[in-house]
Design a protein around this ligand. Structure first.
Ligand code: NDP
Length: 311
């Protein structure tokens, strides 16, 4: 099957749906493909309390249903499907969906997001959203005055450990080597925070708990001893992976694979291709910032079409 559209949106997190709302209202008749995880990362969280406009908070999956309904209300054509290859070399861009459908698009908004890296434990998956989280800024609040653990030793882990230390009673930081990868400044901050206990040379064996996190088993590789940490929250901060494999060698990206946009815009190095949300942001990574850049991408795309005289 082949089809020509004015605006193709790849991804269905806050960035993709916000781009769709704006593009549909600007009469660009957007087609949006949802990707492998419809609704994006918010669908694997529980409560969201920091998104403006929801004074009582809401559930992540429900919020994404609201985003979707709003995009549909203005006529976005939302479809199941996953972009499997792209060709951005022509004046009209080509995206193949599920290896079978070819979409020709004047503009493409890439909102494929990033995925948190996980340890790979069964218990981590089972308790995800029930004490296990990959975002301290999103979920730390639910563990106020409680004891929590965080795994990772990079800048994100260090930053999130100090963030959690302000809210929680105690924070265990589990580090697999005998040193941290984080910048010296961040290391000092962690080391000088009284309620953070750093546990070096240790790996997480298991997260214990039936319905919610009750404890974590860590193994000290050097001393060959196991220790049980009585925590109610377990944060994973071992890095993120932007979903950009598809664009390697085609779009400019940084050394970690995040798409590079012209500062202050969502424009990539290819005309008519825009990037919004976490796929181009390893710094803020919030639903509201993703939605903000989604809006920008639709406006940038609209102006691109106008400049080309495409109506
Ligand atoms: P990083 O890749 O820098 O760090 C990942 C950390 O997770 C490493 O310490 C690594 O350990 C550890 N790790 C990886 N896999 C495992 C595992 N299976 N078990 C245990 N530990 C594991 O990711 P970040 O998200 O921290 O940072 C990404 C980029 O963003 C970096 O360039 C960082 O500097 C930047 N950043 C900057 C900030 C700032 O400037 N304010 C804030 C946040 C991020 P090991 O060290 O042993 O490999």
């Amino acid at each position: 099957m082949e089809e020509k559209v004015k605006c193709l949106i790849i991804g269905s997190g806050p960035a993709g749906y916000t781009a769709a709302i704006y593009a549909a209202r600007a009469d660009m008749k957007p087609v949006l493909y949802q990707g492998l995880q419809p609704g994006g990362q918010l669908t694997i969280t529980t409560e969201v309390e920091n998104y403006p406009g929801y004074p009582k908070g809401t559930m992540g999956p429900e919020m994404m249903e609201d985003f979707k309904a709003q995009a549909e209300r203005f006529g976005t054509d939302i479809r199941w499907g996953y972009a499997t290859s792209v060709d951005f070399s022509g004046a009209v861009h080509k995206v193949i969906i599920d290896e079978t459908t070819t979409i020709f698009a004047d503009t493409v908004i890439i909102a494929t997001g990033a995925s948190a890296k996980w340890l790979g434990l069964e218990s981590e998956q089972r308790l995800n959203g029930f004490g296990v989280s990959a975002c301290a800024v999103c979920d730390g609040f639910f563990f106020k005055k409680q004891d929590v653990a965080i795994v990772g030793a990079g800048d994100t882990a260090a930053e999130e450990a100090t963030y959690l230390a302000k809210l929680c009673n105690k924070v265990y930081m589990i580090i697999r080597r005998d040193e941290m990868r984080a910048s010296k400044a961040m290391q000092h901050r962690v080391q000088n925070t009284a309620n953070i206990e750093i546990i070096y040379n240790s790996e997480t064996k298991e997260i214990l708990g039936e319905k919610t996190v009750e404890a974590v088993l860590v193994y000290d590789i050097k001393n060959k001893v196991e220790r049980k940490l009585d925590v109610t929250g377990f944060f994973v901060a071992i890095g993120h992976q932007p979903n950009t494999d598809l664009f390697k060698g085609i779009l400019d990206m940084d050394e970690n694979g995040y798409l590079i946009t012209i500062p202050g815009t969502t424009k990539t190095n290819v005309g008519g291709i825009f990037a919004a949300g976490d796929v181009a942001d390893h710094v803020y990574r919030q639903a509201v910032t993703a939605a903000g850049t989604g809006c920008m991408a639709a406006i940038d795309a609209e102006r691109y079409l106008a400049a080309k005289g495409i109506h």
